[in-house]
Design a protein around this ligand. Structure first.
Ligand code: KG4
Ligand code: ZN
Length: 328
């Protein structure tokens, strides 16, 4: 089944063509540079960039796949959650392209997309598995029993893990996105230098919280004078990253203890973090579990994962989807 996927939920304009688990094309136009000067994603700026980029990105995805609209079996689009104005650009484009060719359209939940990145080549992972999704907008543990959906076992009660890294990076005077910047600086620092709390360690559930950690970093920086702050920035970054990773791994371990899972998958931009990958690798090694790590371009937002999720969902025939809205 050949599907054109479209994803515009945040600051990446994405289109992809898949054929079953095979990726024919996966085009991602990142707007990161446009948002960097603001230190984070500005929703209105994102919508305007999506509008300019969506047609060329869809065109590139089709031509790289050697396909035309007429060759497709269906179109798929992210309906939510995400930035409403950004989502609307993708949803409207998908509706227009599908309606013009009388093709069916499949609406996809963005988080189901992150889960479904694991169903793509190479080496697709079959359910059941436990999936930790950590990005700039979301942090959750998904229990995946069937490819059609997932169960939220735990999620963040405040900031997302990537958001915590982005805000921490700003406190340390680093650029956006903060995750990679903290990771680079942390390489020269001591993760045990500062005692940041691994939040929710004593709470019984599988939920996450990162806002207290950010406050702890703020206080730690205030206690240092300018010279000392400069000297200890790498230690601060390493200790902060260790606390974020520590909480993600602690909850993942708790979820593994609570259920019967044969495999673990990581998704979302934070899954690119080497310290997280290493810790989760050790955990899976100790427990004899398969660890599925998709390539970086399938961890961060992309449209191949949206087309991948769509394979398992019911397509809406023309003209049923014309009344669809985006869901923030
Ligand atoms: O999935 P993603 O590209 O976009 C969404 O937020 O949906 O994730 C972006 C987030 C940002 O917060 C960024 O700082 C974080 O992922 N990130 C990382 C790394 N690369 C990106 N965090 C830690 N280590 C990294 N290497
Ligand atoms: Zn995402």
């Amino acid at each position: 089944m050949r599907i054109l996927g479209i994803e515009t939920s945040c600051d990446d304009t994405c289109a992809a063509v898949t054929d079953g688990p095979r990726i024919r094309s996966n085009v991602i136009s990142s707007q990161a540079a446009a948002h960097a000067r603001y230190g984070g994603v500005v929703p209105e700026v994102a919508s305007r960039h999506h509008l300019e980029l969506i047609n060329p990105v869809v065109g590139a995805a089709l031509s790289e796949a050697g396909a035309e609209l007429g060759d497709l079996d269906a179109l798929a689009v992210t309906r939510g959650p995400g930035l409403i104005g950004a989502l609307l650009v993708g949803v409207t484009t998908a509706k227009a392209l599908a309606a013009a060719t009388r093709k069916p359209l499949i609406g996809v939940d963005h988080l189901h997309g992150h889960v479904a990145a694991n169903f793509l080549d190479p080496a697709p992972l079959e359910p059941p598995f436990l999936c930790l999704i950590a990005s700039g907008g979301h942090t959750l543990l998904a229990g995946v029993a069937r490819p059609e959906g997932f169960e939220v076992l735990g999620q963040t009660l405040d900031d997302a893990a990537g958001e915590a890294l982005d805000k921490g990076a700003r406190l340390l005077g680093l650029g956006y996105p903060g995750g990679p910047a903290i990771e680079r600086l942390a390489a020269d620092g001591d993760p045990d230098a500062f005692d940041f709390p691994v939040a929710m360690a004593r709470e019984p559930g599988l939920d996450f919280s990162f806002s207290g950690l950010k406050t702890a970093l703020l206080y730690a920086t205030r206690r240092l004078d300018a010279g000392e702050l400069e000297r200890r920035r790498a230690d601060l970054a390493a200790s902060y990253q260790a606390a974020v990773v520590g909480q993600l791994v602690a909850k993942l371990e708790r979820a593994l203890e609570a259920g019967e899972w044969g495999a673990v998958a990581l998704g979302g931009g934070v899954a690119a973090n080497a310290a997280l990958r290493e810790r989760v690798g050790e955990l899976c090694g100790e427990r004899g579990l398969r660890l599925k790590l998709v390539p970086a371009e399938l961890c961060t937002d992309n449209a191949a994962m949206i087309a991948s999720a769509a394979r398992f969902l019911e397509p809406a025939p023309y003209p049923e989807y014309l009344s669809w809205d985006a869901m923030a």
